[in-house]
Design a binder for this molecule. Sequence first.
Ligand code: OAD
Length: 234
Amino acid sequence: MPAFERIVILTGAGLSAESGLGTFRDKDGLWTKYDLAEVATPQGYARNPSLVLDFYNTRRRNALAARPNAAHEALARLERDYPGEVLTVTQNVDGLHEAAGSRSPIHMHGELAKALCLSCDGRHPWLDDISLDTCCPGCSAPGRMRPDVVWFGEMPYHMERIEEALGNCDLFVSIGTSGTVYPAAGFVVSARGAGAHTVELNLEPSDGASLFAERVQGPATQVVPAYVERLLQC
Ligand code: OAD
């Protein structure tokens, strides 16, 4: 019997930082260079769709060029080799969990590699830029495709499944996230409510660090493989 039977892992931008993808709120983070209200809200998209599409086109190209790092690989190994259940929930839209071999991470903030049609609600795998001339491959409507990512003011995906897993887990591990964006920032409270042990692995203490029973500080490529090793030896 493993030490923990059901593990929920939450990941954020810090996990992909050492793959060369910028975080949001660190020094030089994306939100220090772009106005979140202009590029990551439905209202910003309504005001200036080209600006928003360009922002995500650049992010998609960067994500496709990036390689998973040792932390993504360690988490894929945990999913594969741990004798209990492991559910990975990510706020990242970059696809590096899958690139490292994770089977089916839950993308609560969507994926850059998918596009959503505002006319027919169809979702399609998408590796190219999206422009105002792009037609939906499903309904052929022009100019109605947007990246399938969750913007501020929209409901994150798969919340029912995530809340159920948090309510049943006995270990919750939060990795590389600042703990400032809800609902993800509240997952530690749900997990604690279920009696789970809670661990934060982050470069520095996050805003919600005091909510965790255990905290490990350091770069993800070092602390995540070490922590995974510890779990596999439990
Ligand atoms: P943030 O940029 O808010 O936080 C990144 C966290 O990663 C910080 O706490 C850093 O200290 C930590 N970090 C940086 N480099 C690291 C490294 N090498 N190893 C480990 N940790 C490191 O990113 P998120 O918390 O993921 O949402 O942001 C949450 C959401 O806010 C994103 O999904 C996005 C954003 O706005 C939407 O766009 C809807």
